[in-house]
Design a protein around this ligand. Structure first.
Ligand code: UTP
Length: 478
């Protein structure tokens, strides 16, 4: 097949842009070198401009109103620890999850295409040093976890990582430099997600980041489902016989990268997509709310849940909507495949108002806005939940599994995450009979890190030679 020439591509692009009312993005085209022309054309060609034109009408010129489903109630949840009547079901689920891992039917999937603006780290977020003593990166934590899974179950879990066109190359370089952390590189597949143009909120025009580049941002973690298909990851899973995906985010160093119990509960019920939840600590905690909307599991964002519902309590004082979403899912490969073709991947777009630097078309100067000037459009993976006939929600424990690093300081920062990591390590060690020094507030007096190579769950410590006690102010690596 002959490649289209630059002038041909320009003509086709110009026509598509004109139809969408976005020809201005070629304003500086004539001044560019051929190489930069190629670059800009490739960016423009990757965008679905008719879709953008529709979204500008619905999401930029108008703000979509959230419609609360008519029939909503809290989603039922499997508790962290089984009740007496559930003990057998949990035991069988864990066995099922373990056998699926052993048979190579489970893969890990990390979404790492976000921009990480709040953290402000110079590099992909996954390269951020996360653990309290060794400073192992987020990617390193997940790699160590997967090495331990291989050691325990005698089978490697393939690992799919979604990057973005912006952080794909540095992510690959990081894995190369670290020799893939000892994983077989054939078991690690990275692929970039698609991008969306940022739109000027006042004019509805796509912004240029520079004369030869659109202002682009990743299309949200919802883009992961389609990207699994377009990248060939789904085909790779089929070749390997992978049936279940364990979906996690890049920012949580203590996430159970694959959790046999959760995968087993999900698979035993024949669920298409399942979720882990945390009980919220406050009615308006900034977590999505799991609910049943017209009988199907759905997530309603905290900002969309009316105060009256957010604050409603049961007779025992518990929040009525207590289940908060922490973006951990089990997803069946067959479900993702069922979305291929047609409009299956068409998750709803959400609008976010952001400050986006842009090139002033009149002067060619770059402008750094001080207030939000642009609309970014993203889809969210949890919007696939209502497409499922079967979907369960399983409660996890905050200290056991939730230490996200999102902000440079304060809540959900590296500091708060390292404290939770120490606390979790202390709990596991105390359960194994180690005496830990705690201060008057009950906090661990010192820093403890348990390497995933040693233990990924408390029972793994049984095989270790542990100290009898850990003294005040010490740094202890197990
Ligand atoms: P966040 O919503 O925390 O966004 O992403 P972020 O981009 O990492 O950080 P901020 O908001 O700019 O500070 C949650 C997870 O979803 C992934 C992120 O990499 C993270 O693992 N994500 C988000 C994607 O993979 N792609 C996206 O388009 C957005």
């Amino acid at each position: 097949m002959t490649q289209a020439t630059l002038p041909d591509r320009f003509t086709a692009t110009q026509a598509a842009l004109e139809l969408a009312g976005q020809s201005h993005v070629l304003a500086f085209f004539d001044r560019l070198t051929d190489e930069r022309k190629e670059h800009l054309l490739s960016q423009i060609e990757a965008i679905d401009w008719p879709e953008i034109a529709g979204l500008i009408e619905s999401h930029v010129k108008n703000k979509p109103e959230f419609e609360l489903p008519e029939n909503i109630e809290p989603a039922p949840c499997y508790p962290f620890e089984p009740t007496a009547t559930q003990a057998d079901e949990y035991r069988r689920a864990r066995e099922l999850g373990e056998s699926l891992i052993r048979e190579g039917k489970v893969a890990a999937f990390t979404v790492a295409g976000g921009q990480g603006t709040r953290l402000g780290w110079d590099g992909p977020k996954g390269t951020f040093p996360a653990t309290p003593i060794r400073g192992v990166s987020l990617f390193g934590c997940f790699a160590e976890y997967l090495l331990k899974v291989k050691q325990k179950y005698g089978c490697a879990c393939p690992w799919y990582i979604m990057t973005s066109p912006v952080n794909d190359a540095p992510t690959r370089a990081f894995f190369d430099t670290n020799d893939y952390f000892g994983l077989d590189r054939n078991d690690v597949m990275m692929f970039p997600q698609a991008m969306m143009p940022a739109i000027d909120a006042a004019t509805g025009l796509a912004l240029l980041d520079s004369p030869d580049s659109l202002a682009l941002s990743p299309n949200g973690h919802g883009g992961s489902l389609k990207a699994l298909h377009t990248s060939g990851a789904l085909a790779d899973m089929n070749r390997r016989g992978v049936e279940q995906l364990s979906y996690t985010q890049v920012d949580n160093p203590i996430v159970r990268v694959v959790d046999p119990l959760f995968i087993g509960l999900h698979a035993a019920q024949g669920c298409e997509m399942s979720s882990k939840m945390l009980p919220k600590v406050a009615p308006k905690e900034k977590l999505g709310n799991f609910c049943l909307a017209n009988g199907r599991v759905a997530v309603i964002e905290y900002s969309d849940l009316p105060d009256e519902l957010a604050e409603r309590r049961r007779d025992d004082g518990q929040l009525w909507f207590r289940a908060g979403s922490i973006a951990i899912h089990a997803i069946s490969v067959a479900f993702i495949e069922s979305l291929v073709g047609g409009s299956g991947f068409a998750l709803p777009f959400h609008r976010a108002d952001k400050k986006v630097p842009f090139v002033d078309l009149a002067t060619g100067e770059r402008v750094e806005p001080q207030t939000p000037n642009a609309v970014k459009l993203e889809t969210f993976v949890f919007d696939a939940l209502p497409m499922c006939e079967n979907s369960l929600v399983y409660e996890t424990d905050r200290i056991e599994e939730f230490a996200p690093i999102k902000n440079a300081d304060g809540t959900d920062s590296a500091d708060s995450s390292r404290k939770i990591q120490t606390e979790r390590a202390a709990r596991w060690l105390e359960a194994a009979g180690v005496k830990i020094t705690r201060d008057k507030n009950g906090d661990v007096d010192g820093v403890i890190e348990i390497q995933a190579g040693t233990a990924i769950e408390p029972d793994d410590l049984g095989a270790c030679d542990l100290p009898g006690s850990i003294g005040p102010g010490s740094k202890t690596l197990i």
